[in-house]
Design a protein around this ligand. Structure first.
Ligand code: PEP
Ligand code: MG
Length: 859
């Protein structure tokens, strides 16, 4: 999204999981009293500026920052919920009031573990507290979606009419009050004060009474000014209101400021259940992993390993606990390293989080206390973690409750170390069971998954829990937060099988035979299709008319290379090297880069790997490059254009790439090429460096076709390049002049627009006889569009690793020549909608209508 005086993009201040503001378990945020916005459950430990601006408020307790942009928009970043009570513990502020920051600049660092233990949640709202004359566009991010640091999160655009915040004149009234809020005048009461002023249509000011003449005052219309007063409990305040309802406003303000705050942040787990029209005999749950299942309902409960109740003395037991913690810590570190090597990033992150939690000094101290009271090390650990789990569960906060399973996992692991019994054997589950449990720890889930359950139903847990992530990674349908009645229902269930509908969030306990038959048919069709696609995933994709199409994978780095290899991909069609440059304070060194690229090449074991040079600019920014702010960065210095001003970046990256072996399978690709001169320049540079390094082999060098000029001049590029790869994401954006990040245009920014298709055709025609053409934009992963791309003459497709089997399966059912005959009719249509309809009708007629369900049976 281009920032201009008409629009403002707010970027993710931290990597995290999206939580809609209305779902934040704090009524002041959820009711939008503070303003509209979004929240993230953070995965990082540093908050960054979401846009350029001035720091106009930093909470005394470092947990909240307000930025004001040049255009007057004010944003509140509130680290965690109820973090005001931590009094700054675990947070290191990196900016002060008055500092000018650029998007991506760090605002504060925080210790996630310390905050998670001391606050009610880590969820971090980003709220637009002042935006007169601006409107927030609907967010395109869904609940539970993961976003990366710096990714565009929200977009504001100018409204035609500026809203005025001036209030009517009228009687003036004053009141003196003593602040009774234990945490002072922080964001929540400040927002309420502003709401009171608005509701009563008065000008309301707050002034601290003190001996000096120049006591600070603030208008209640400005949250940052109110918070900057730094008012603490016991402060004496003078409130002044002007307007017809001045007295009533002062009454409300006095009530607010003199009534101690209640504990009100926690929304009950059940309140977040999606509204499902439940039938008799059905239970509702949150969808943690989608899918359908039928099977016998089986309760799962694993007893904790036996440990002695009493210990053999404080010194002995303390030493035992220390050794057990060290041993589990080592096992977790090994498991993390192994998961990373295998490209299982979800697992790796979970092991890392458990390792960090294991080192928590408060847990160790609590266990130490029990040991000093005479307990054995195992029993002490058990009791310490029981108490912590009870505290989290009682918080009533679904996100914190989701962490209970992680605690239980740590409890079991350490107790196993301290037990003479080996870990209790996993109960044997009947084949295809729908497993019911109160909670499952991540390692229990991994163990249960080895018995291939049809589905999972959990009384507790949350959709962002680690168990949910693992269930999704394994494709096991799973509902969570189903409530305690689930366990009773499971114990008294009489039906021989149940239906788990983890698409609509319900469990049918006594389905009829007809219902079971209907769902079984749907499951069979999907399974058959997936199995067939999977079975042939490692085979080449040959169309019905004999064209072999390479289906490669798009990856973000070496960690995902294993996934690509396992998916059956014929190679890597796009490694977006910029991910290696993100979330750091400076560019990675040549050696770091070389190791990363080498690891990717090694994982693909002889298959080609296309590594794209750094594609920075527009929607992807590196704060440490300090690129000048320009009115329209999407049309500014980005991609290949960056090399003129930052030659050392290219130089280092090319050296790192040339250091990889074997160079035969490594291909280098340049992003955002506009004309052949850019390609020639890099070729020259590459040649010089390769000679300096004494290399005989040269990697293949290709160019991305992402802008109309490159597509229209494809011939000159193809003569110079070893391959071309079409980036349909940007090509669509630049052809249609529709920002790819603008949610208001998402539906219209369609690659099937005849203009985009004609540019793809121009690229293929231009390259004919010179070099192959691939597509690595998202369009290649959509089966129907992929078929059209191949009919247009594209030789290679590069898609998300998980899409490889399905795209290959679809290609095997395509008569590319027959679809190519239809191209003149398709390209003559008016718009993308017409193309989509025509294409669907043609595929239906060609008996390829439902590629995702039944085509394979027909092929
Ligand atoms: C594209 O533009 O289609 C592309 C693959 O590049 P990116 O999405 O990384 O900009
Ligand atoms: Mg691109």
């Amino acid at each position: 999204m281009s920032d201009s005086n008409q629009s403002l993009t707010l970027r993710a201040p931290v990597a995290g999981v999206v939580v809609p503001l209305t779902a934040v378990p704090d009524p002041v945020f959820a009711s939008l009293t503070l303003g509209e916005g979004i929240a993230l459950d953070p995965l990082g430990e540093c908050l960054h500026a979401p846009c350029d601006g001035e720091v106009v408020q930093c909470a005394r307790t470092h947990h909240a920052f307000t930025l004001r942009t040049e255009a007057g928009v004010e944003l509140l970043l509130h680290l965690g919920l109820d973090t005001v009570e931590l009094n700054g513990k675990g947070i290191e502020p990196l900016v002060a009031v008055g500092d000018q920051v650029r998007a991506g600049d760090p605002l504060c660092r925080f210790d996630a573990d310390a905050l998670a233990l001391g606050a009610s949640a880590l969820i971090t709202p980003l709220v637009i507290t002042e935006a007169a004359g601006w409107q927030l566009l609907p967010s395109k991010h869904r609940e539970g979606e993961r976003v990366s640091l710096g990714e565009p999160l929200l977009v504001l655009t100018r409204t035609a009419i500026e809203q005025s915040d001036t209030r009517a004149d009228g009687p003036l009234a004053e009141r003196r009050v003593t602040l009774a809020l234990a945490s002072g005048l922080h964001a929540r009461p400040a927002a309420r004060l502003r709401a009171i002023a608005r509701e009563h249509n008065v000008n309301l000011t707050v002034q601290q009474e003190c001996s000096s003449d120049n006591a600070a005052s603030a208008s209640a219309s400005s949250l940052s000014a109110l918070m900057n007063l730094g008012l603490t409990e016991g402060a004496t305040l003078k409130l002044t209101a002007q307007g017809e309802a001045a007295e009533a406003a002062l009454d409300a303000a006095e009530r607010l400021l003199t009534t101690p705050e209640a504990e009100e942040h926690s929304a009950p787990a059940s309140s977040t259940l999606t509204a499902v029209a439940l039938k008799e005999g059905e239970l509702a749950g949150l969808v943690a992993s989608p899918g359908l299942a039928i099977g016998p309902l089986v309760s799962y409960q694993l007893p904790l390993p036996a440990v002695p109740l009493m210990g053999e003395g404080e010194a002995v037991e303390t030493d035992r606990l220390k050794k057990a913690l060290l041993s589990v810590g080592e096992a977790l570190a090994n498991a993390e390293a192994q998961a990373t090597r295998q490209g299982q990033s979800a697992e790796a992150e979970i092991f890392a989080a458990h390792g960090a939690w294991l080192e928590d000094p408060d847990l160790a101290a609590a266990a130490g206390q029990h040991i000093s009271e005479g307990r054995s090390a195992g029993q002490a650990w058990r009791e310490a973690l029981d108490a912590e789990a009870a505290r989290l569960a009682a918080s009533g906060n679904t996100l914190l409750a989701a962490r209970v399973a992680d605690l239980r996992d740590l409890q079991r692991r350490v107790m196993v170390e301290l037990s003479d019994d080996q870990q209790a054997a996993l109960p044997e589950l009947p084949k295809g069971a729908v497993v019911v449990a109160d909670e499952l720890t991540p390692s229990e889930l991994v163990a249960v998954a080895t018995q291939h359950p049809a589905g999972l139903c959990l009384a507790g847990g949350g959709t962002t829990s680690h168990v949910a992530i693992l269930a999704r990674a394994r494709g096991i349908p799973c509902l969570v937060a189903m409530g305690a009645s689930l366990i009773d229902a499971a114990n008294s269930a009489t039906s021989e099988s149940v239906i788990l509908d983890a698409e609509n969030g319900r469990l049918a306990l006594s389905p009829s035979a007809t219902q079971r038959a209907e769902v079984a048919e749907r499951i069979d069709a999907r399974r058959y299709e997936a199995e067939q696609a999977q079975a042939l995933a490692h085979e080449p994709a040959m169309t019905l008319d004999g064209r072999e199409i390479e289906v490669c994978a798009n990856i973000g780095g070496a960690e995902e290379a294993r996934l690509a290899a396992d998916s059956g991909a014929d190679g890597v069609g796009l490694l977006r090297s910029e991910f290696l440059f993100l979330e750091r304070d400076s560019a990675p060194s040549e050696a770091t880069q070389r190791d990363e690229y080498q690891a990717a090449v090694k994982a693909l074991d002889g298959k080609p790997v296309i590594i794209r040079t750094l594609d920075i600019g527009a929607d992807k920014q590196l704060p440490y490059l300090r690129l000048p702010s320009v009115p329209n960065p999407a049309l500014g210095v980005r991609g290949a254009r960056l090399w003129a001003s930052q030659p050392e970046l290219l130089e280092t990256q090319l050296r790192a790439l040339l250091g990889v072996t074997p160079l035969e399978t490594l291909h280098i690709m340049l992003p955002m090429v506009t004309e052949v001169g850019e390609l020639r320049e890099v070729r020259k540079r590459l040649e010089t460096l390769a000679s300096e390094m004494g290399l005989d082999t040269r990697p293949r060098l290709g160019a991305m076709i992402e802008v109309p000029s490159a597509a229209l001049c494809a011939r000159s590029l193809a003569v110079e390049a070893d391959f071309l790869s079409i980036g349909t994401n940007d090509l669509t954006q630049y052809t249609l002049a529709m920002d790819r990040e603008d949610p208001a245009l998402t539906a219209r920014a369609d690659v099937l627009h005849p203009a985009v298709l004609r540019l793809i055709q121009a690229t293929v025609d231009g390259a004919k006889g010179h070099c192959p053409v691939g597509v690595c934009g998202a369009a290649a992963g959509d089966e129907r569009v992929a078929l059209l791309l191949v009919a247009l003459g594209v030789d290679e497709l590069s898609v998300e690793p998980a899409r490889v089997p399905a795209v290959k399966a679809a290609l095997r059912c395509l008569n590319a020549a027959a679809l190519a005959d239809e191209l003149p009719a398709l390209l003559a249509l008016d718009d993308a909608t017409a193309v989509r309809q025509h294409l669907s009708a043609w595929l239906a007629k060609a008996n390829q209508t439902d590629i995702t369900t039944t085509t394979l049976e027909r092929c």
